[in-house]
Design a protein around this ligand. Sequence first.
Ligand code: HXC
Length: 517
Amino acid sequence: MSKQIEKIKELVAKREKARLGGGEAAIEKQHARGKYTARERIEMLVDKGSFEEYDMFKLHRCHNFGMEKKQFLGDGVVAGSATIDGRLVYLYAQDFTVNGGSLSETMSQKICKIMDMAMTMGAPVICMNDSGGARIQEGICALAGYGEIFERNILASGVIPQISGIFGPCAGGAVYSPALTDFILMMENTSYMFLTGPKVVKTVTGEDIDSEHLGGASVHATKSGVTHFTAKTEEDAMALIRKLLSYIPSNNTEEAPRVECTDPIDRKEDSLNELLPDNPNMAYDMYKVINAITDNGEFFEVQANFAKNIIVGFARFNGQSVGIVANQPSCYAGVLDVNASRKGARFVRFCDAFNIPIVSLVDVPGFLPGTGQEYNAVILHGAQLLYAYGEATVPKITVTLRKSYGGSHIVMGCKQLRADLNFAWPTSEIAVMGASGAVAVLCAKEAKTKEDPKAFLAEKEDEYTEMFANPYQAAQYGYIDDVIEPRNTRFRICRGLAQLATKRQNLPAKKHGCMPM
Ligand code: HXC
């Protein structure tokens, strides 16, 4: 055997060893937990054969607590580039089979390298987390490693999309890398995220709680809103990430991929002409509207189980990706509150950062009153949504279906927040407030002087309704560009988006705004 062949064999053997991560026993253990390994995850996610791995032979340099004996080629993370649907992505997967995926200085260097490459190339970064956190034996060097990653997360924000999958533990300060990224996906039952684990919680607050109830996928999908997606299986998770990527561009200078549209843009949806109940206080399901107007009725929802009174997600019109923000009358009458405002604001900002037009479907009775809201700073959170809409320079089309009252009218993409096209269904009620509230303020004193105060107030309510519960006052002042037949909504949005394709709008020069937080 020539020396060259010998060296090549050595390389092949080293590669094979590296591919085993923490070794066969550790892989078996990982499988027994119902989890895939880092390399298996990458293979499942990317186009077949497209993964190009870097730093496969990198080793940690720690000698504390016997770490010199715990050396594995590549250390606890697999990192590199690949393609998804033919588009370049950079990605890394923490390898739990190597020292519990705990983050070493070396791992941080590997991760930062691919993050830097992603920024240079203008490609998304996908991080798959499955780690015991900072590698304890490395002390400050491990912490510094996190710091390096966080800083890159921050600098990459709004430049390239960043997606985090949580496939196992993600605890302590380690949660802040996912938290700084644009989208988080958590595995149901096998992942958790929290700042302090159950034992510390018990010591500090006395609460008895397990990992799942403290920071499992369902908690973060429904209560905290930390996660945007959950998945039952890792296969589902990978399909979800691929689908998400199909709606978004690779960086902030590009447009999202356009797909061929087989759904006629002038498709009239007669069902919409008969969708709204006669009683304006009765609910209907906003999903019916979304599914009726988007290409092939498709809608890719984000944060589906959090703050269900507002719906956000991606869809396409004439093959073009858009972000939909819609009030949901069938959940708390579509009222805006702290969580709905946070959810909407974050989504609008993502769309704006990545050149994705925003289509808003409005049916909102106002902001939720009460101490629960006020004490939790609904003022500031509402202002976040307002700020996000007002700052967004992407094409913005707002369709008002029914109620659009008071502050919530302004917040939800009104004309003064530089929406480009504002349409209203004939059923719209665009006013300072609803009839009964308005009449109570305006006519209560006078009612007391009447023989039949109730009848008087009812008469005044009718008068108010006649005057304000329609779109024509707003249209009269040009705050609504057109009143449209509901069944034409799809066509008007498609044509509007085509018209707005060349939109150019800038913000005043500044370092950055001071968003209310
Ligand atoms: C070094 C670690 C480790 C860590 C796990 N391991 N976490 N090594 N540093 N942080 C090692 C274990 O010693 C073990 O090594 C192997 O990984 C697998 O771990 P097990 O405990 O056997 O697995 P399991 O029973 O599944 O439990 C997983 C776990 C647990 C829940 C993650 O290991 C754990 O509680 N780890 C510590 C978590 C933690 O407190 N991390 C620090 C958080 S603070 P061997 O050789 O036996 O296989 C933090 C600060 C970040 O991260 C700050 C950023 C700003």
